[in-house]
Design a protein around this ligand. Sequence first.
Ligand code: ATP
Ligand code: MG
Length: 254
Amino acid sequence: MSLIILKIGGSVITEKGSVSKARKDEIDRISREIASFEAETDSGLILVHGAGSFGHPQAMKYLNNGFNAQGVYLIHKSVKVLNSVVLDSLADAGIPALPVHPLSSCLLENGKIVDFELGQIKLMLGRGIVPVLHGDMVMDSKLGAAVLSGDRLISHLASIMNASRIGAGSDVDGVLDNRGAVIKKITPLSFVDMKKNIQGSTMTDVTGGMLGKVSELIELAKKGIDSRIFNASRKGMVSKFLYSEDVGTLIAGK
Ligand SMILES: Nc1ncnc2c1ncn2[C@@H]1O[C@H](COP(=O)(O)OP(=O)(O)OP(=O)(O)O)[C@@H](O)[C@H]1O
Ligand SMILES: [Mg+2]
């Protein structure tokens, strides 16, 4: 069975300029695009969603004075609200899906994933269920707890799960050059020069925006695994990605 790993950015499914505002219509549209694809294939799918306005502003607010359990809980609780909206929408579209919360299944050391419980994800995939993960606060052996971005999650999962297709849908047409044109392909080599044109997010953001995303996927490309960054805010693009069309920017080993 081939495996697809898809991240839908918080920039797509939430209003990143607000606090805790979900874009229900967008979530429902994406659920329907996934449902049509799922009805036609037997590929496994792991879905990861970003935290958007349910995580970035809360992380800024509650982690100002460093690690504390109450802050971690409030951020986690907030992201879980968004996760429930996504799960409800998938259920309405007829997709069997279950949540997997990184706080309860993952360990970090200085922000790097050192342990990830895959048992439940594999069992879900084996039964045709879509595991739905999200950016989260995670216990960290050096820092107490740290933010684990959805971008880092997909990079990690892709490298250990032998995925055939990996994508990050965001609110831009791909990685843009200094004139605003979509860069067709980025490799670890070309990234060295391109880096200066790739920035964080213009909104409240604690995981490095586009530069953070490309950096995570470049690490994956170094292991020989390709991925794509594309615009999931545009109708039909998630579907195109799932059906293997060459959307957005390809992040490749060479
Ligand atoms: N060179 C670039 N090309 C494309 N986007 C860029 C570039 N430099 C900076 N950006 C910004 O990065 C943003 C996308 O990153 P952001 O982290 O906000 O989205 P996301 O990962 O989809 O959301 P979340 O982090 O909530 O999951 C774009 O909206 C854009 O403003
Ligand atoms: Mg991001």
